[in-house]
Design a protein around this ligand. Sequence first.
Ligand SMILES: [Ca+2]
Ligand SMILES: [Ca+2]
Length: 298
Amino acid sequence: MSSEKLVMDQGFAPSLAGLGLTRPYKRQSGRRTGLVLLAGGCLGGVLVCAVLMPLVYVTMSDLQLEVTELRNLVISNSMSTATSSTEDQGNGTAVGGAHRERRQADLTPEFGDVYVRWGREDCGGNAETIYAGVVGSGWYHHYGGGSDYQCLPLEGVEWNNPVSGYQHNSYMYGAEYEVNSNGYFSTDNMESINNPLNYDVPCSVCHVAGRSAHVMIPARLSCPQGWSKEYSGYLMSSNHAHYSNKNFICVDGAPNLRAGSSADLNGALLYLVEAQCGSLPCGPYISGYELTCVVCTK
Ligand SMILES: [Ca+2]
Ligand SMILES: [Ca+2]
């Protein structure tokens, strides 16, 4: 008799047979073993899953981040390509601020740059006018006070606990064009006025999307390769014989004049700037010539 048979005879087989159950004990044992193995396998699977799932999750997150970064890189490169393909179209040399072409990058609001368009009431079609106003600075013949030109808003002026009268000895005046000739500026935006002398000077502060830098280049009317021209014009500043020193600003070559402001009230003044060659190299610079300027973005 085989050992298997012995188990059947000496184990539970007789009692099982008595209960009407005829399956041998060995098969019951095999099923139990299988169930144990199955349960163990499931438990092991659960443990494996518990260990692997966080790893899988972290890996998936990393992959997602990498995909996002790659997508942003592709978008950035495509914008750069679109920009470089159109920006030179606005790089003309005419005085007066011919605007560059609208770029694909303009539609991306995430970044941009800000510059002042001196002499113009708005920034034109390719830039957002943050606000418009008038040019101001210290009095032209004071020894001290503020020295740089400011663009002061005309709307939404707000005060904080002002006290009437003068107590503080620093002042802001409006600026006038001190250019007694119509031979320099284009009269296109002067509303039939030929001479800007003594008119107040408008300005606008401009935000251009998709750009990250701007530069004002004196003695140029066009921008370097890869840069977009925002406007061009004439370099202007204070009179050398006046006490107040001012900075140089680039005034649009086709400026606006503030309507009805022709009274000679002075205040801060703006004069064309002439080259004086010597230590300024006489090769490119010619004494007595009025200096131009251009504002470029990239
Ligand atoms: Ca004046
Ligand atoms: Ca001159």
